[in-house]
Design a protein around this ligand. Structure first.
Ligand code: MV4
Length: 483
């Protein structure tokens, strides 16, 4: 008998659909919610029940009170928050618990701890993770902050203590620039996170961004599902994620796994989670932050491990013991995720809205699409621009890249502009193919990719036109059968 019989999904889009799929397989009834802007959402049609929340498009998925009372009225016993929205709100997790609902995620104390970036650094340092030197806690006083920066040594980076995603972040090359950048960092942190607290760290040049996927139950069983390399990003938005990292030394890899599992065990953390590290040019490892939710890029880990992260996350929340030991896991091959965004890459990545007239996704062996888009779907300007995740898997890195080239060439989206041409350029870049990239990769390469993108867009237009022309000829009886 399951403890969870009916689960409400406090999210939208592809992740709502992903959670519904897990519920179906676990024979848990699913309840979807949707905003007024989401009446065409595929997830409300796939869930067992759905209910509108008619505040505004964003607020609908942030309204703790309405969501919790709706879950109770619908007879749910659990809520899954997905990613974004309420997924990292300790108040929401607590509100669920107080209403007698299972929050599918970590305990509120752990969400709160890791939401506080300096507290989380201190806690992780205590359980053995290496952290970047700098201020030990948040600072608001400029003089104090400058003194810490001088002691740390320039360049330093200023980060929001209760933020993320690069907001309120400033790199300070030398002391003369400190005051101005400090003030703007504090202002931005106040604007986005409601708290101007920032902290100082030594700046790590051209790091790789590697994160470890953890799965832990409440009985102290902790396993890792290897790492993901998320270095390929633009303005702190990940663009491509890879599991495992194609160029990480075995020594670094083993160290990351050992440290991560030990830290999570010692903290008594329960649920899935991701530990983010920076790896510098000399292979030094630094913990930066921990994500206490399921992540957008979780599918690449599912592909190499065979573990359904969402199903296991739900079972852990029910109080089940982990079904596998570390030694029982069999990892195989490489997986790459491409975030397909409706945006105009050649015009500053400006979001592209409108109707997706045709959506022809690639298929075949080792190809997975996580998306809530279909032919005729109108992309709303209210939400982020991700329309699909293309995930490819193959036995080795080179084959995975070859499969990615094939799948990206097959992908056809009509009606809105997408970043597929950018992905097609990346998977043909020798540095990418050789696994030579860090967090500076995309910014450095974008100019060179522009020409290739233009070419691939024009080539696709010619191909489409050529076939349209042939069809016209057939229909008007003008085909030259002697060809
Ligand atoms: C850093 C760093 C260099 N040095 N911290 C960016 C988002 C936030 N999660 C942490 N970030 C960084 N922190 C120190 N001390 C460089 C980055 C960074 C980065 C990190 C991960 C992925 C992409 C990035 C792109 C630019 C900067």
């Amino acid at each position: 008998m399951r403890k969870i019989r009916k689960l409400l999904i406090a999210n939208r889009g592809e992740i709502a659909l992903r959670i519904i799929r897990a519920c179906r397989e676990l024979e848990i009834e699913s309840v979807a919610i949707f905003s007024e802007a989401d009446i065409d959402g595929i997830w409300l049609r796939k869930a067992d029940e759905c209910y509108p929340i008619l505040s505004n498009p964003i607020q609908a998925y942030l309204d703790t009170e309405k969501i919790v009372s709706l879950a109770l009225k619908a007879g749910c016993d659990a809520i899954h928050p997905g990613y974004g929205f309420l997924s990292e709100s300790p108040e929401f997790a607590r509100a669920c618990e107080e209403a007698g609902l299972i929050f599918v995620g970590p305990r509120p104390e752990h969400i709160a701890l890791f939401g506080d970036k300096t507290a989380s650094k201190e806690a992780m340092k205590k359980v053995g993770l290496p952290v970047i030197e700098g201020s030990e806690s948040a600072v608001t006083d400029k003089e104090e902050a400058r003194a810490i920066a001088r002691k740390t040594g320039f360049p330093v980076i200023i980060k929001a203590a209760f933020g993320g995603g690069g907001r309120g972040m400033r790199i300070v090359e030398k002391e003369e620039a400190f005051d101005e950048l400090f003030e703007s960092a504090v202002k931005e942190a106040e604007k986005f996170f409601g708290r101007g607290d920032v902290f100082i760290e030594k700046y790590v040049k051209n790091p790789r961004h590697v994160e470890i996927q953890i799965v832990a139950d409440r009985y102290g069983n902790v396993v890792h599902l290897k790492e993901r390399d998320c270095s390929i990003q633009r303005r702190h938005q990940k663009v491509i994620e890879i599991a495992p990292s194609p160029r990480l030394s075995d020594a670094v890899r083993r160290e990351l796994y050992r440290m991560s599992a030990k830290a999570i065990f010692r903290l008594g953390y329960e649920s899935v989670g991701t530990i983010e590290f920076l790896i510098d040019e000399n292979d030094a490892i630094y913990f930066i932050e921990m994500n206490t939710r399921v992540q957008v890029e979780h599918p690449v880990t599912e592909m190499i491990s065979g573990i359904d992260i969402i199903k296991r996350m739900i079972e852990i929340a029910e109080g089940d013991k982990l079904r596998f030991l570390q030694e029982e896991l069999n990892f195989r091959g490489y997986a790459v995720e491409f975030r397909i965004n409706a945006e105009d890459v050649q015009n500053g990545f400006f979001p592209s809205t409108g109707t997706v007239e045709r959506f022809i996704a690639p298929g075949g062996p080792g190809v997975r699409i996580d998306s809530s888009v279909y032919d005729g779907y109108a992309i709303s300007p209210h939400y982020d621009s991700m329309v699909a995740k293309l995930i490819v898997w193959d036995l080795d890195w080179r084959s995975a890249v070859a499969k990615a080239r094939r799948a990206l060439d097959e992908f056809y989206v009509e009606g809105v502009k997408t970043n597929i041409p950018l992905h097609r350029a990346i998977v043909r870049d020798p540095d990418f193919i050789e696994g030579r990239f860090d967090t500076g990769y995309l910014d450095k390469k974008l100019d060179r990719f522009n020409l290739q993108m233009q070419n691939s867009i024009e080539e696709e237009e010619r191909r489409v036109e050529k076939i349209a022309d042939l069809i016209r000829k057939i229909k008007t009886g003008n085909v030259d059968y002697r060809l």
